[in-house]
Design a protein around this ligand. Structure first.
Ligand code: NAP
Ligand code: GDD
Length: 349
């Protein structure tokens, strides 16, 4: 019989790709789904009915329910991907963010400890923990300097994972993943916001796209490559902490230009600060404007990871370049937007 894995956050970007990966490897997958007033399973609807795929209601804020579910399933592996994952939103809902992202992992680890079962635990740690970076490129050993409630909640989760590993001999590992994107990325993260927004503009469905800090730089990879690393981290012979990144860094501005190219635009920048505009040279139209509503109280300006430890010990490396990522996401969103229009979705001019 195949291994059993619980995935929290299965309805999210990474959870959906990880579920596909594990099912392909013959796992029995148990996804934790939280209650929502509208369907929240769009990314995994295609998996219902597939052999080995199961879903159950659970919430990371509910210890008794986590205990019941983990005890009943008795998994070999627990992938904790569930989180309030939006950094900007974490300034608006800090308590909820900390409850889910910091206390959620503690609740799972306490359950594993109390049950005394040999469950391997994966914690979805984040490059956002490096915050205002103290070293470049960032390594597994670089000190954290978080700048948001989200970043700090993840620092707690990172350390509590290590503490349960060393204190109670639980196979508990951290994957410090740098930004990773895909056509399944939430639409309020910058890469997807740009691929969706510029696709709509190219089809004449929207006039401009309003963004925040255009100078922020990120080390962007592809979610499908990164879930392979997540799986490999729990297959490593001993629990440990790994950093997963491409090693390349690009600005939001470069992402906009690259996506624009795939839509036949040539975006040039005019003006400074709040008055800066992105203009499509081919049409002369303004396509990007700056809106301070998207600025954060504290900003993480720069991230670039050194994943040499994972490349050596896990034999993992990213396969998708920045340019390839921009191409695949833009192509997917052009189709997505055309389908939205065909289905009669409202058009926001
Ligand atoms: P995502 O798309 O936002 O998915 C988050 C998932 O967590 C969703 O399934 C969400 O459920 C679930 N969730 C939120 N609050 C919950 C709660 N209280 N109880 C149970 N489930 C809850 O995030 P992602 O991009 O896939 O990222 C996966 C994990 O990796 C997150 O922990 C994130 O912080 C971390 N991470 C992501 C990146 C990245 O660049 N993507 C980088 C480093 C670390 P709903 O669908 O119901 O909202
Ligand atoms: N979301 C968003 N929307 N970000 C914008 C915008 C905008 O309109 N304009 C500029 N940005 C800038 C943000 O200020 C940030 O510097 C950068 O674009 C990336 O923002 P996001 O895509 O929201 O990602 P993030 O880096 O804040 O957080 C993501 O990566 C983390 C790993 O470093 C999330 O996936 C986190 O969950 C993850 O841990």
């Amino acid at each position: 019989m195949g291994k059993k894995a619980i995935i929290s956050g299965i309805t999210g970007q990474d959870g959906s790709y990880l579920a596909e990966l594990l099912l392909g490897k013959g796992y029995e997958v148990y996804g934790l789904q939280r209650r929502a007033s509208l369907p929240n399973t769009g990314r995994i609807d295609h998996l219902y009915g597939r052999k080995g795929f199961n879903m159950t209601y659970a919430d990371l804020s509910d210890s008794s329910n986590l205990l019941r579910v983990i005890k009943k399933i008795g998994p070999d592996e627990f992938y904790n991907l569930g989180a309030q994952s939006h950094v900007g939103v974490s300034f608006d809902v800090p308590e909820f963010t900390v409850n889910t992202n910091a206390l959620g992992p503690l609740r799972i680890l306490e359950t594993i400890r109390n049950l005394g079962l040999p469950i391997k635990y994966y914690q979805a740690s984040s490059s956002e923990m490096f915050g205002k970076v103290l070293e470049t490129p960032q390594k597994v050993t670089t000190p954290f300097n978080p700048q948001s409630p989200y970043g700090l909640s993840k620092v707690f989760a990172y350390h509590i994972t290590k503490i349960y590993r060393t204190g109670y001999s639980i196979f508990a590992s951290n994957g410090i993943l740098f930004n990773h994107e895909s056509p399944r990325r939430g639409q309020n993260f910058v890469t997807r916001k740009v691929t969706m927004g510029l696709s709509r503009i190219s089809l004449g469905l929207q006039k401009t796209l309003r963004l925040g800090n255009l100078d922020a730089k990120r080390d962007w990879g592809y979610s499908k490559d990164y879930v392979e690393a997540i799986w490999k981290i729990l297959q490593h012979k001993k629990p440990d902490d790994f950093l997963i990144a491409t090693g390349e860094t690009h600005s939001v501005r470069e992402w906009v230009e690259e996506v624009g190219k795939h839509l036949g635009m040539k975006i040039e920048w005019k003006g400074k600060g709040l008055k800066e505009k992105g203009i499509d040279k081919k049409t002369g139209k303004i396509v990007i404007e700056v809106d301070p509503i998207h600025f954060r109280p504290n900003e993480v300006e720069f991230l670039q990871g050194d994943s040499s430890k994972a490349r050596k010990l896990l034999k993992w490396k990213p396969r998708t370049t920045f340019k390839a990522l921009a191409k695949l996401m833009t192509e997917a969103d052009l189709i997505y937007v055309r389908e939205e229009v065909a289905q009669g979705h409202p058009v926001t001019k």
